[in-house]
Design a protein. Structure first.
Length: 417
């Protein structure tokens, strides 16, 4: 098992470039199934989850081949299979996103119940209710979900919760449905807008992406396109926190500042200087010691749940007491026992964590339990006295391309072993 070993108390300085968005590229890869000709996707991050999604597409009969360091050529024209293999789907929850395109294009799909990080229940019932409203039949058994339809028909779909995955799956399915579909209480994340832009470039007719109501007018077919994925706002936020927690001066490049507003606001509240230097660059300058700030995770445009653990790492070293409330996932405090091993003072009460900041934390052997928890432990290790040994680095690889190398390039004493 690979580990990351960090010798703390280094001040980070320099610039770091953010990759394409993991949470945007995965649904875009799934949406390529809808096209009748090849798609070329640019600024694709080198991540385990991207590799897994490409394997899913190939297992269905499609093509997903690199044509450059960050470019993929996709061709779903040869897809005939409608069953995604269990061994791939169990590795990554986002593989469930092929269900909507398969249902729309081939009239059926069979997929095992999805896996992914163990951060809490993420039921697929919203996806299935939406497919039913579009005219699909649902059958479940033996750990699989089967959907089928002679032809999808547009309808009004109200989501009980603004689920990103359900919004994406239903958008893709509705693109080839007969008539008009309205998705109400839709997710508003930037990744939703990116998927809508990709689908529109393929010839789909969508309006309202990024608002609570998305309208899709079905088309009979879509064509392949060339498309560049948006930058990863969570990776950007992680490097901004890295600069702040180390008291450093870090320029984060290839970002969309508008997507970072909740994180920038909280970093400024914690005492860091954050400056938007251009339309694609944000600089963070850390303070001598952070100031406590309260955080509550919410669907976009609220503070992202995917940045909760990283900001908690910053609050562990802050002056004062912080309250972190997690409203999106019920099991997203698994990093807390590991942080406490490093001297953090944290008390869990239901869905809230009370953090009493301490002037120093120390290195210790800790374990990454999920993707963002792993990133948070790396960040806390940057601020710790001594050596922090993080196991479970494979979780971090699901969402960050060479995070160890990028942090080392900024001046950290960190290596993989």
């Amino acid at each position: 098992m690979e580990r990351a070993v960090i010798k703390g108390r280094a001040t980070l300085n320099g610039s770091v470039r953010v990759e394409g968005s993991k949470n945007a590229v995965l649904p875009i890869l799934a949406a390529s199934i809808l096209a009748d000709s090849p798609c070329i996707i640019k600024d694709v991050p080198s991540l385990d989850d991207v590799t897994c999604m490409c394997e899913v597409l190939r297992s269905l009969g499609g093509q997903a081949n690199p044509s450059g360091p960050t470019t993929l050529e996709l061709n779903g024209g040869g897809i005939k299979s409608t069953e995604a293999p269990y061994e791939l789907v169990r590795r990554m929850r986002a593989s469930f996103l092929v269900m909507g395109p398969l249902l729309a294009k081939l009239g059926r799909a069979k997929i095992s119940l999805p896996g992914g990080c163990a951060i809490g229940a993420r039921p697929i019932d919203l996806h299935l209710k939406g497919f039913e409203l579009l005219g699909a039949r649902i059958a479940m058994g033996d750990g699989f979900v089967k959907v089928s339809a002679r032809g999808l028909v547009g309808n009004r779909i109200y989501l009980d919760f603004p689920s990103v995955g359900a919004t994406e799956n239903l958008m893709m399915a509705a693109c080839l449905a007969e008539g008009t579909t309205f998705i109400e209480n839709a997710a508003e994340e930037p990744e939703i807008i990116d998927l809508a832009n990709f689908l529109s470039n393929m010839g789909a007719v969508l309006r309202g992406a990024g608002t609570k109501v998305i309208r899709i007018d079905g088309k009979k077919q879509l064509c392949g396109v060339e498309y560049t994925v948006i930058p990863d706002r969570i990776e950007a936020g992680t490097y901004l926190v890295a600069g702040a927690i180390s008291g450093g001066n870090v320029l984060v490049e290839n970002v969309v500042p508008e997507h970072l507003k909740p994180m920038i606001a909280k970093l400024r509240e914690s005492g860091a200087r954050v400056e938007e230097e251009s339309a694609t660059q944000v600089r963070v300058i850390g303070s001598r010691r952070p100031i406590a700030a309260d955080i509550k995770t919410l669907p976009y445009p609220g503070f992202p749940t995917d940045m909760q653990a990283q900001m908690m790492a910053l609050m562990c070293t802050a002056e004062g007491t912080s309250l972190v409330t997690e409203t999106v996932f019920e099991n997203r405090f698994m990093h807390v026992p590991e942080m406490k091993r490093m001297g953090a003072q944290i008390k869990i009460e239901g869905r809230s964590a009370i953090i009493r900041g301490v002037p120093r934390v120390w290195g210790a052997p800790v374990k990454a339990t999920d993707l963002r928890a792993g990133a948070a432990l790396l960040l806390l290790g940057l601020a710790a006295d001594g050596v922090t040994d993080v196991t479970g680095v494979e979780h971090i690889d699901r969402g960050y391309s060479d995070i160890v190398g990028k942090i080392r390039a900024l001046g950290a004493d960190i290596k993989r072993v």
